[in-house]
Design a binder for this molecule. Structure first.
Ligand code: PAJ
Length: 281
C-alpha cells in the first residue's frame, strides 16, 4: 500500500494504479463502516484509493475540529488489511492555502435537516469532495447511507458538475446492539453508550410500525420521538420524515421516505436514519 501526501506524489502514484479506480473519502479514525466502503470498492474496481483528511471547512467554529479523533497508524493498518492500494493524506495547508476563496455549494438539498442546524456544513463537504474528485479522478466513489443527506448532496453535485464518476451508496454498518458505527461514538461514556441505543430503537419502532401498515408521516415521526423521550440522557434535535431524493418534509401518507434524526447524548451529537419502503435500507 502506497501512502502519499502531496498532489504531485498522488498524481505519480495514480499513474501506476490498475484501472478502474474506486475512491473512498474519509476523515480518518476508521471503523467497520468505513471499511465496508473499502471492501465494496475492492469488489468493484481494479484499485482502491482512500483519502484521510479531517476537513476543517465542514466544521463550524463551535464544533471543535481539534478534538476530532485521530489515530493514523491504526487507520493505515486497517487499510493495509482491507487491501487498499493507495492512501492520500493531504495537509490542511495544501488543501486550503491562505488565499483560498472558492466554494462549491449545492443549494436546495443542503438546506433542510442537517443543513438547518449546521448551515455551513455541506458547502464544506461539497467543496472538499469536489477538490478530492478533481485530484483523484476516480471511476467510482463510495459513500455511506449513514450520512443520508450527504449522500443526496454529493449525488446532486456530481450530476450538476458533470463529474464522470459513479456514486455508490453503501448500507449503514451497525454495532451488534444496533448503534450505527461512527467515529464520534468514542466520545460516549458507558452510560451514554447505553443511552445512544435510543436512536436505532426509535427507528426500529417506526420501521415496525411502517411494516404493520402505518403510513402517516407525523405518526412515524411521533413513534421515534416517543422512544427518544423515554431516554433521560437523550435530547432530540430534529426528527424528519422526508422524500428520500428531494429531502422535502412529508405530511400525510408516505410510501417511500427517509426517516432521519439528530440526537444529543450528553455533549455528543449523533445522527441515524432508515429508508422506509425501500429494500436498500
Ligand atoms: P467520515 O465521517 O470519515 O465518513 C467517511 C464515509 O464513511 C462517509 O461516506 C460516511 O457516510 C461513511 N460511514 C461512516 N459511518 C458509517 C457506517 N456506520 N456505515 C456505513 N458507512 C459509514 O463523511 C465524511 O467522513 C466526510 O464528510 C467526507 C465525505 C470524507 C468529506 O470530508
Amino acid at each position: 500500500m502506497k501512502i502519499v501526501e502531496s498532489f504531485g506524489d498522488l498524481q505519480k502514484a495514480l499513474g501506476e494504479l490498475k484501472q478502474s479506480v474506486g475512491f473512498v473519502p474519509t476523515m480518518g479514525y476508521l471503523h467497520d463502516g468505513h471499511l465496508s466502503l473499502v471492501n465494496k470498492a475492492k469488489e468493484d474496481c481494479g484499485s482502491v484509493v482512500v483519502s484521510i483528511f479531517a476537513n476543517p471547512i465542514q466544521f463550524a467554529e463551535d464544533e471543535d475540529i481539534d478534538n476530532y479523533p485521530r489515530d493514523i497508524d491504526r487507520d493505515l493498518n486497517l487499510l493495509i488489511d482491507g487491501g487498499t492500494d493507495l492512501v492520500w493524506i493531504p495537509t490542511v495547508k495544501s488543501m486550503y492555502p491562505e488565499d483560498f476563496q472558492t466554494w462549491v455549494n449545492v443549494e436546495k438539498v443542503s438546506i433542510p435537516l442537517e443543513g438547518k442546524f449546521r448551515p455551513t456544513h455541506f458547502r464544506g463537504v461539497t467543496t472538499v469532495v469536489s477538490k478530492l474528485f478533481n485530484a483523484v479522478h476516480p471511476d467510482k466513489a463510495y459513500f455511506g447511507q449513514k450520512d443520508a443527506q450527504q449522500a443526496v448532496v454529493i449525488k446532486q453535485m456530481t450530476r450538476d458538475l458533470n463529474y464522470p464518476i459513479e456514486i455508490i451508496i453503501c448500507p449503514i454498518i451497525r454495532e451488534p446492539d444496533g448503534l450505527a458505527m461512527s467515529s464520534r461514538n468514542i466520545y460516549l461514556n458507558d452510560q451514554e453508550r447505553q443511552a445512544a441505543l435510543c436512536l436505532s430503537q426509535g427507528l426500529l419502532a417506526a420501521g415496525d410500525s411502517f411494516q404493520a401498515g402505518e403510513r402517516d408521516a407525523e405518526k412515524l415521526r411521533h413513534t421515534v420521538k416517543n422512544v427518544i423521550k423515554k431516554e433521560s440522557l437523550a435530547e432530540l434535535q430534529y426528527i424528519s420524515c422526508a422524500h428520500p431524493e428531494t429531502l422535502k418534509e412529508l405530511e400525510g401518507n408516505v410510501e417511500t421516505s427517509l426517516l432521519s434524526m439528530a440526537v444529543f447524548i450528553g455533549q455528543t451529537r449523533l445522527i441515524d436514519n432508515v429508508l422506509l419502503g425501500n429494500s436498500k435500507s
